[in-house]
Write a protein that binds this ligand. Sequence first.
Ligand code: HAM
Length: 426
Amino acid sequence: MNARYHAPKGTYDLLAPRSELFLAVVDTLSRQLSLAGYGFIQTPIFEETALFVRGVGESTDVVQKEMYTFEDRAGRSLTLRPEGTAGVMRAVIEHNLLGGSLPVKLWYCGPNFRYEQPQSGRYRQHTQVGAEAVGGDDPLLDAELIALADAGFRQLGMKDYLLKVTTLGCSVCRPAYRERLTAYLAQLPLDEATRTRAALNPLRVLDDKRPEVRALVADAPTMRDHVCAQCAVHFDTVTSALLAWGVAFTIDPFLVRGLDYYTKTTFEFVHNKLGAQSSIGGGGRYDGLIAQLGGPETSGVGFGIGVDRVMLACEAEGLQPHDESRVDVFGLGLTAAARTAVAAVIVDLRARGIRADMSFGERGLKGAMRAADRSGATYALVVGDRDLESGHVQVKNLTDGTQVSVPLGDVLKHIAESLNEGKQSL
Ligand code: HAM
């Protein structure tokens, strides 16, 4: 059948069983954050446009080319959030969360929207699991966040990725470095477009992917070599903690993030099997952002992990950190009366926390068995009129084909025990 409507360009529908992988990724990453005391926050999917222009930075591609901006019916300029940090900082300031105990640790999960050229791993709507720790200067907070992301990836079974870290300096050392870099870039034979980028933000030229530009900037001065004493100590503390905790990393002084708010520690997790869109997550410190958005002079650090890309990475590594079966038990009643009896058992199973579904309507044994197979259930409960009369249920093990007749009153216990045994023998 030819569908008349399609998901908009750069977006996709998440269908079962792949959607189970999505849930497993979100669950695994967020569990690490909960373990470390991060509380869940949800902010609106759209915000005032000015928040992103100010927060994300006017020189960024995100603000210049990628925002979904629209006027509402009252003429307000609103934007679908392209990332999570600006909205979370707005909420932190609005609700005076910095007035309580510090640091404030928050995590979130949700869709972000960027009008980018779609390709594998790059979408116009993508989901991030993000975390922000606000109101703390301690470099151990930076290290903790990095280690939590790493622990989440490991928990999912991922191995084929790399962590890159660097420091971007602070308001003390960055301006002098920026000047030095600008002077260096000015004497290179760069094309006009690159010069314009350099004028807006010279650091971005270091991140140019074209080999000819890479070769030109290979000897450019790096921030890491020009940080002030305080930033140097901060960065050393972060890297020492990562070493002590066994989190593998490389220092990449050419790492440049796509958003303007970063200071000091910045990092990116890059997966080796994802081609061009290899960044599965990134973040860093943003010490000026809260004040810039009208809040107190305080610092923060955070990350965003791209759930869509982590799913692709799991698939590329052949990992299956989720259970593809929808249910454990599937009920089949061969007549209307038998279906009513089966339905009662299914409801009881669910009340005990056992995942259970059943065949609805007149389908015949063959069709119902096919539905049972498709559900991924381990056990089918088959009830015909004769079973009803004798008060029995046929419990069929769909994995090995064996079948036993169990008195109706014992079915719950039988299933609970069998499922438990199955789990223990894994
Ligand atoms: P970001 O690096 O722009 O950072 O995005 C974080 C992650 O989201 C990326 O590493 C990538 O995995 C994923 N991602 C970004 N754009 C797309 C896209 N078009 N399609 C698929 N996945 C994508 C931030 O957004 C910051 N807010 C992170 C942060 C939080 N920094 C401090 N706190």
